[in-house]
Each structure stands twice: as C-alpha cells, then as structure tokens.
Design a protein around this ligand. Structure first.
Ligand code: NAD
Ligand code: ZN
Ligand code: ZN
Length: 348
C-alpha cells in the first residue's frame, strides 16, 4: 500500500510503498477514510532538531484519523469489520492512573506505551496511508451516523486539542466574559465554535490572514481582529478597558504569546497551544495580576466522546479541504503557505 512517510527529521515526507499491516491479538486495522494534516507535522518536518522527540524514523504521518474497521485481531470484541470509527490519537500504556482516567496524552508509564509521548503519525505509523494499524481496540470510538470519516478525522485533534484547553477554562467563560482565540486555522476555527457551543462567552478571533478572519466570522466569532500592533488596544477597547478573561494561543510565537499575556484581564487564563516556539518573560509584574499562563497537550478520551456527541447534534462544523493520498505532499505545502481554509484532510 501507499504511505506518506517522514524518512528523517527536517526533511519533506515521501510517498512510498509499504506492506499492508495485519492485526495482532487485540489490534485493529482501519481502512483510512480521512487523515488530517496538522501544523505539528510541519514542525516535525522543519523545526524539530533530531532528538527533540525520542522517535525512530521513518514513520507514516497522520495523527488525526478516522475510517472503517478493515480487520480485527484475536480477542477483539468491541468493533467489527465495516464499523465507522475514529482513532483516539495519544497512545499510552493503558494501565497507569492517567491512562485509566482516559488522558493517555499524559501517560505516566511511557516505558510501557507503544511509543514515548506519541501515537500513530507521531513516532509510529499514522493514517496517511491506505490502512492504519491501531494497537489496542480501546483507542477506537464509534462514529455517529451521518458523520463521514473525512470530517470526523480532524475532530480527534483539531477538535479535541482546543476542547481540552477550553474545558479547563470553562469556569472563566461566563456570559459576561470575553475569550480571544488567536490563530484561526485547523484548531482555531473549531476552537472558537466550541467556546460558542459550550459557554456564553463572547469571542474575539485574531489572525494575520484575511481568509482566516472571514472563516472566523462565518463560524460565529463576535469580533475579528488582524494580528498586529493594534490588537491589544483593540481587545481592551472591546472589553471596556478590562482585557480578555481567557486567551487561547493557537500559534505560540513570541508575538502572539506577548499579545495574549498583555491583553489578559486580571484573574484571566492564557493558554499556549501552538508550538511555534515563542517565549515571554514571567515575573510578578510582567503580566496583569493573577493571570495563569499554561500550556496544554491534546486531550482525553472522554472529552473526545463528548465532542462526537456535540458533532452528532450539528453543533460543530469542520471546514475541510480534501486531498488524495498522491496529493498529500501538496496538502502540507498549502498548509505551510497559509492556503488552507480550516483543515486539510487526506482521503486515500
Ligand atoms: P494552522 O496552520 O492550520 O493554523 C494556524 C493559524 O495561525 C493560521 O490561520 C495562521 O494564519 C495563523 N497565524 C500564524 N501566525 C500568526 C500570528 N502571528 N498571529 C495570528 N495568527 C497567526 O495550524 P494548526 O494545525 O491549527 O495548529 C496550530 C498550532 O497548534 C501549531 O503550532 C501546531 O503544531 C499546534 N498544535 C498543538 C497541539 C497541542 O496539543 N498543544 C495539538 C495540535 C496542534
Ligand atoms: Zn496535531
Ligand atoms: Zn499510561
């Protein structure tokens, strides 16, 4: 079968032939119906020095996956051939306390996990191929009727990651509060909808692309702002001088982190989700009083179950641009050039 593989750090991925996987006991092979192209893959290709992550090359890209069960290994009882499924992406040991609570992204027994701090497409073979080997049946979530795998795939990361970050700040997203979403790409365009669908807060969307701000308006943002030197003043103006209660940074560059930190209201939350590698000073007077600055990584299995429920009720629209597996390299080039609206999804 064909697969888009990352052969080494700081290289472009290559389309190559690899054997079709067969499921061992407890394992499932999924016929891929959609694999999202995440900006994190661009960081793997261009930014990460060898050794940043303890993974062995090569591996197949694609860590947002959904499709249909193709074959099951011995002892698999919860899914059967033909079932439409999404794949929970962070693959932990399945036994430690965090894994038993469903937050395998923070598995505390990495030595017993199939790969350290990763999953399919992150250290192990992912979904940018015709078939994907899922090492444990527990990682599969049945898809609601009417949700196509190509639309469902991005929900497992571009949906789950913002949802986890938003859920953490729910108590601060009251009807009188303002949430700023910075970076309206794959994650951000879903994130702003999740704020609107699950809280009463007002949303200000910030991006430096005109098309992204248009998408934000279409997805329900109350205000949109270009990401420039005036953004902090504009956020203050829109909040009676107070600043925003929660700021979600889906870029993570020094400029956006600085924007988030300085536009925060005292008692606010600043959450850095993007991996652009920025930094800001932290000291007593560096940011408004009692502002929490935090990072988040991916999300939990129960949160993904909640998200699919929201999606099944039509509360979530994932804007996708589809590419064939042969065109997967182009999907990443378009993502790099800021030409993707919403999420690029590879449909083998
Ligand atoms: P994307 O390329 O689809 O979207 C990024 C958006 O940010 C684009 O709309 C772009 O125009 C905008 N942008 C870039 N620079 C900007 C700036 N200075 N000001 C405002 N907007 C700016 O990327 P994505 O797939 O949504 O991923 C976003 C980031 O989140 C990436 O760094 C990715 O690696 C990271 N990520 C983190 C996690 C996690 O668990 N923490 C999970 C997935 C992705
Ligand atoms: Zn990702
Ligand atoms: Zn674990």
């Amino acid at each position: 079968m064909k697969a888009l593989r990352l052969m080494d750090w700081k290289t472009e991925p290559e389309l190559v032939e690899v054997p079709k996987p067969t499921p061992g006991p407890g394992q499932v092979v999924v016929k891929v119906g959609g694999a999202g192209a995440c900006h994190s893959d661009l960081h793997l290709m261009h930014d990460f020095e060898p050794g940043t992550m303890p993974w062995t090359m090569p591996f197949t890209l694609g860590h947002e996956n959904a499709g249909w069960v193709d074959s099951v290994g011995a002892g698999v009882t919860t899914v059967s051939e033909g079932d439409a499924v999404a794949v929970y992406g962070p693959w932990g040991c399945g036994k430690c306390e965090r894994c038993r609570l469903g937050i395998e992204s923070y598995c505390e027994n990495q030595a017993a996990a199939p790969v350290v701090n990763g999953g399919g497409g992150l250290g192990l073979d992912g979904g940018m191929a015709e078939y994907l080997l899922v090492p444990f049946e527990r990682l599969l979530i049945p898809l609601p009727a009417d949700l196509e795998p190509a639309t469902a795939a991005p929900i497992t990361d571009a949906g789950l990651t913002p949802y986890h970050a938003i859920r953490r700040s729910w108590p601060k997203m009251t009807p009188t509060s303002t949430v700023v979403v910075i970076g309206i790409g794959g994650l951000g365009h879903v994130g702003l909808q999740l704020v609107k669908a699950t809280t009463g807060a007002r949303v200000i969307a910030v991006d430096n692309r005109k098309e992204a701000l248009e998408l934000a308006t279409k997805m329900g943002a109350d205000h949109v702002l270009p990401s420039d030197d005036h953004a902090v003043t504009a956020i203050k103006d829109l909040t009676a001088g107070h600043g925003a209660d929660v700021l979600l940074d889906f870029v993570g560059a020094s400029a956006t982190m600085e924007l988030a930190r300085t536009a925060a209201r005292p008692l606010g939350d600043v959450t850095i989700v993007g991996l652009a590698g920025g930094s800001v000073p932290l000291s007593f007077f560096a940011q408004p009083y009692e502002v929490s600055i935090q990072t988040t990584y991916w999300g939990s299995h129960p949160e993904l179950v909640e998200l699919f429920d929201l999606a099944a009720r039509g509360q979530l629209h994932v804007e996708t641009t589809q590419y064939s597996l042969d065109d997967a390299p182009q999907a990443y080039r378009d993502l790099k050039d800021g030409k993707v609206n919403g999420r690029a999804v590879v449909v083998p």
